[in-house]
Write a protein that binds this ligand. Structure first.
Ligand code: SF4
Ligand code: SF4
Ligand code: SF4
Length: 357
């Protein structure tokens, strides 16, 4: 199937939306409410395009392509319509870009720049909402919310919790928990996928507040250290310190994370974190666990000490006096090797895994 996209013939797949076809052809259609993991909602009207023969402009995110469709994604009419949408949004938005954590990584800021919107032309009341700082993980500033609904749909469609939804009507519409309770008291599990999806500065991880501008952070692709799912993550780093973690695209997680992977990384910079192997001192009393009874060692020394200790128990008391508890933080392959070590080298079936809590 073929369409004419901005005057160029483009092959498309049946069932694709205009937005998907444009994305495949490398043509960006502006959007605020569209997110790859969510069903299109056609809410923000920023993705309107001109289709020859259609009555009025159509939303690219919800309109399927058809054979021979002639589409203009950035005609003067389309650009005017987008300017109107942006003007309405900006007219009810705190122009706080100097201090906003989203500055430099904000879809509204980018599109306002692209379409030349410096300020809103509609006078009148502006939404006034206190910043909600009640939960431990992210700051909520609904004065900056553009009501795209990504957070609501993320929580419902992808996570299945439905902790938040739109409340109120018209000018007073806001995203809210039931009865406006703190997320702590709602069904929220603090996965933070809503925060990652928010296209503006309405939802921001607390670890980022005042810590780094968007352009100061380096993104380092990694794998979550917590469990065997192995979610891909982007670690946002400034000066060798983690500022925040976001989910990255991989077959394991498709950019989602759970609360541990996204927010549970403070141990990385904790002063008690072990960075080198420690071996118990020869004069340590039996059962002593304080740091003062251990001394730094090389990996070879530490592994030799561990092997000697296990062999001493196995040979002196018997193999079943030894047990191994493995970790979900290790890979499947490492866990396989661990049970092999216990069964083959020590000679016991006393091996278990913390995922069986
Ligand atoms: S959300 Fe975006 S447009 Fe609004 S103040 Fe922050 S950076 Fe500026
Ligand atoms: S953090 Fe997760 S569970 Fe909580 S509101 Fe956001 S998407 Fe829903
Ligand atoms: S908080 Fe963010 S993601 Fe949620 S509706 Fe507002 S702008 Fe969209």
């Amino acid at each position: 199937m073929e369409i004419l996209l901005n005057g160029t013939r483009v092959a498309v797949q049946p069932g694709q939306t205009i937005m998907q076809a444009a994305d495949s052809a490398g043509v960006h259609v502006p959007r605020l409410c569209n997110y790859p993991q969510l069903k299109p909602s056609g809410a923000c009207r920023l993705c309107v395009v001109q289709v020859k023969g259609a009555r009025g402009l159509v939303a690219a995110c919800t309109t399927p392509v058809a054979e021979g469709m002639e589409i203009e994604t950035d005609s003067p009419t389309v650009a005017d319509a987008r300017r109107d949408v942006l003007d309405l949004l900006v007219s009810n938005h705190p122009l706080d870009c100097f201090h906003c954590e989203a500055c430099g990584d904000c879809a509204l800021q980018d599109y306002a720049y692209q379409y030349g919107i410096k300020e809103g032309s509609y006078d009148g009341a502006r939404r006034q909402v206190e910043v909600d700082d009640r939960n431990p993980f992210f700051r909520i500033d609904y004065e900056k919310c553009v009501l795209c609904g990504i957070c609501v749909r993320m929580c419902d469609e992808v996570m299945g919790y439905g902790a938040i939804d739109f409340a109120g009507r018209g000018f007073t519409t806001l995203v809210s928990t039931p009865y406006g309770v703190s997320l702590d008291d709602s069904a929220c599990v603090f996965c933070g996928n809503c925060v990652q999806g928010c296209p503006v500065g309405a939802l921001v991880p607390k670890s980022q507040v005042g810590a780094a501008r968007a352009w100061e952070m380096k993104k380092v692709r990694s794998v979550c250290p917590y469990c065997g799912v192995g979610c891909a993550i982007d670690v946002h780093v400034k000066g060798n310190r983690i500022i925040k973690i976001e989910g990255a695209e991989s077959p394991a997680n498709h950019t989602m994370t759970c609360v541990k992977g996204r927010f549970g990384w403070e141990f990385v910079h904790h002063e008690d974190r072990l960075l080198k192997p420690l071996v118990r001192r020869a004069d340590a009393p039996r059962g002593a666990v304080g740091r003062e009874w251990f001394e730094e060692a090389t990996w070879d020394e530490a592994l030799a000490a561990a092997a000697a200790g296990i062999a001493r128990v196995r040979d002196g008391v018997g193999p079943d006096a030894v047990a191994g508890l493995s970790s979900a933080k290790a890979s499947n392959e490492e866990n396989y090797l661990f049970q092999k070590l216990l069964r083959a080298a020590v000679g016991t079936n006393n091996v278990d895994h913390c995922a069986r809590l």
